[in-house]
Design a protein around this ligand. Structure first.
Ligand SMILES: [Zn+2]
Length: 279
């Protein structure tokens, strides 16, 4: 599933390659995403120009010059391909094709959990999609004190808590394991057992991990491809994610005694950590 760094990477690539330009046409091959694509979407956006690209949580918001904005979510398996020309053969999972003066954006989503819709620009953030979600990880409002106050009434494992979009958006499964490893905090700890100091460190480490991943162009995992066709390479830099049994980087644990990086399941998701470093 694309996480925050991947979505940020897609947004940056669209900004760079498609940019502010005219939408010449829209071809919708399949309206049946998790939430149906509005039937009048083509007539609403054809002929409009793109003014701006934004990301909020894992949504890309494309502001048009006709007071409407497109809202795009990649779901579980979606990706956006950017091409100069329309491919000879349309893939059966290419649900939406947007033809602009600067090239094509093709939305491909085999599992169709994504979302593609529009709303009046000044009402976008009032939509239900954006209600009750926490701050962005790079916003000032996401800080150690905020996290401490949020977590002190939550008994679930801290890993599940930092993945809860109501607490903070954009820390998905990979980055939750990685951030907790760098912070030296066990993913199994009840969220309300963290001290203010630990919350400070955790905020700092989650930013560090996300920044590094954005700089590397996001992680390349099974369902993800950068829109320009290049593959991201952050997975090569993961410290613990999907590295069970291996020695953890910069840690003094003795792999023969500890068995290396451990894998466990928290809230249904694979979790990786070092028992020695993370308390
Ligand atoms: Zn270790």
């Amino acid at each position: 599933m694309p996480e925050l760094p991947e979505v940020e990477t897609i947004k940056n690539a669209l900004e760079k390659t498609i940019g502010e330009t005219l939408i010449e046409d829209v071809i919708i091959n399949n309206y049946n995403l998790r939430q149906k694509i509005p039937y009048n979407l083509r007539e609403k956006i054809k002929g409009a120009s793109i003014n701006n690209y934004q990301r909020r949580a894992k949504y890309i918001i494309i502001e048009l010059n006709n007071d409407l904005s497109l809202i795009w979510h990649m779901g579980m398996s979606g990706k956006i391909l950017i091409c100069d020309n329309l491919p000879q053969q349309i893939n059966k999972h290419d649900h939406v094709i947007i033809k602009t003066a600067n090239g094509f954006m093709i939305y491909n989503d085999p599992r169709r959990f994504g979302l593609f819709t529009y709303a009046p620009t000044d009402e976008v953030f009032n939509l239900k999609l954006f209600q009750g979600i926490g701050p962005e990880p790079f916003e000032k409002t996401f800080n150690g004190k905020y996290l401490y106050e949020r977590l002190k009434s939550q008994k679930l494992p801290v890993k599940a808590a930092i993945m809860d979009q109501k607490n903070v958006v954009g820390i998905g499964n990979i980055y939750a394991s990685e951030s907790l490893f760098l912070a030296g905090i066990s993913p199994l700890r009840p969220a309300n057992s963290l001290t203010l100091e630990e919350c400070n460190v955790l905020v700092e480490m989650s930013r560090k991990v996300l920044k590094k991943a954005i700089a590397a162009g996001g992680s390349t995992l099974r369902d993800y491809e950068k829109p320009d066709g290049n593959l991201g390479y952050f997975q090569n830099q993961h410290c613990v994610y999907q590295k069970s049994g291996q020695k953890c980087p910069n840690c003094t644990c003795d792999i023969h005694k500890t068995g290396g990086i451990q894998k466990t399941i928290i809230a249904g998701r694979s979790t990786f950590y070092c028992k020695h470093k993370q308390k």
